[in-house]
Write a protein that binds this ligand. Structure first.
Ligand code: NAD
Length: 353
């Protein structure tokens, strides 16, 4: 019998296809705008300048200082440019960091956003903004934060370095894994999560063999849309809580931390929700945690938290922080079991289930 659920579709326009970035100007105009501010990280400043050139008179400038975790001082600097340039929209070209800056501007101004993602993080389809000030990260949800238009152009991801391709893909798979057992899941989110996991399980081994494989790049970006969408629509649990703790309090790198933790958190929950995690067991013909670990090994993903510079002593404090505020998880959480889970992830051992 189908369980009770509520469902809300996303209001965003999704545009998918190779070369679709060429339609950015048309989307600026469709939104009723004429003055787009292009955003990127310093690393992608040249790509942002090229996009602004292509937009011609529809672009009022480029702000290429987006940074990880959306620092408020960077947002304030960008806000000055928004005001002085008279920008009426933002175009975010890049990964979650650049998307975060566009969301932070939209949160303050309600300007429409067009996002052109170049990683698989999925932020472009969520109404969630995480920003940092004075070393503290806060998370805000709101309709103005959800970008209006997302242009997925797989050609922009062929240059994503292989190591980031792998970790960013596993970061996306983590959204889908937790969506499978989310308390507020619905039939559509479960379909999207399973399809997103399947897309990455096929694409990542192909990309390891050939990072320029355009079909596999398309499949991965399609997976990113699906996995990001479920992140934006249903609640996350243990896995995301631990990754936020390790990122927020220990500066652990975002995608790598997700990649390492995924087999362990899924293995931890596997016994509590075997039916919900069956799509993962089916994909890898193994128990979910062990199957994901073997997949990570096969695609050359990082496997141990100790390789990210975390010390064994950090694990005690991480277990304290991760368990101090009770939150829902399909398997009840206590400090000792989370400390053991972190130890396994730190050592990079293979989960038993
Ligand atoms: P990122 O945006 O920080 O990018 C990392 C680096 O890779 C940057 O220097 C970037 O310019 C570069 N890069 C991106 N795409 C590239 C490409 N195709 N080729 C070459 N270089 C490229 O990385 P990320 O993992 O996408 O984003 C992480 C951030 O996003 C974190 O701050 C995380 O908290 C946030 N995030 C937020 C949400 C949300 O819903 N709010 C969801 C997921 C992630």
């Amino acid at each position: 019998m189908t369980r009770a659920f509520t469902y809300r579709g996303s209001a965003a326009h999704i545009v998918f296809g190779a070369g679709k970035r060429a339609e950015t100007g048309a989307w600026v105009e469709k939104l009723g705008c004429r003055k787009a501010l292009v955003l990127s990280t310093p690393h992608q400043a040249d790509d942002a300048a090229r996009l602004a050139d292509d937009l011609g008179a529809l672009a009022v400038g480029v702000f290429a200082k987006a940074a990880m975790h959306t620092p408020v001082d960077v947002t304030e600097e960008a806000m000055n440019l928004v005001r002085t340039s008279g920008a009426d929209s933002v175009v975010s070209l890049g990964g979650g960091s650049t998307t975060g800056l566009g969301k932070a501007i939209a949160y303050r101004t309600d300007l429409p956003q067009i996002v052109i993602p170049t990683t698989y993080a999925g932020s472009e389809v969520t109404p969630i903004l995480g920003q940092t000030e004075g070393g503290r990260k806060t998370t805000i949800r709101g309709d103005s934060i959800l970008p209006e238009v997302v242009i997925y152009d797989p050609e922009l991801t062929t240059g994503l370095p292989l190591s980031m391709t792998i970790t960013s893909g596993l970061n996306a798979m983590a959204h889908a894994a937790e969506a499978l057992y989310a308390q507020d899941r619905n039939p559509v989110s479960s379909l999207m999560a399973a399809e997103g996991l399947a897309a990455f399980s096929e694409a990542l081994p192909l990309l390891k063999a050939d990072p320029a494989d355009t079909e596999a790049r398309s499949a991965a970006l399609y997976g990113a849309w699906l996995c990001g969408t479920v992140l934006g629509t249903v609640g996350m649990a243990l896995h995301h809580k631990i990754c936020h703790t390790l990122g927020g309090s220990f500066d652990a790198p975002h995608a790598e931390t997700h990649a390492i933790m995924l087999p362990h958190t899924v293995g931890f929950n596997a016994g509590a929700v075997p039916e919900q995690l069956q799509p993962i067991a089916d994909l890898f013909s193994a128990t979910p945690g062990a199957g994901l670990f073997d997949f990570s090994t096969q695609i050359g993903a990082p496997l141990a938290l100790r390789d990210l510079g975390l010390s064994e002593g950090d694990l005690d404090r991480a277990a304290d922080i991760a368990t101090e505020n009770p939150y829902w998880n399909p398997r009840p959480i206590d400090r000792e079991s989370i400390r053991n889970l972190l130890q396994d992830a730190w050592e990079g051992s293979r989960p038993a289930v």
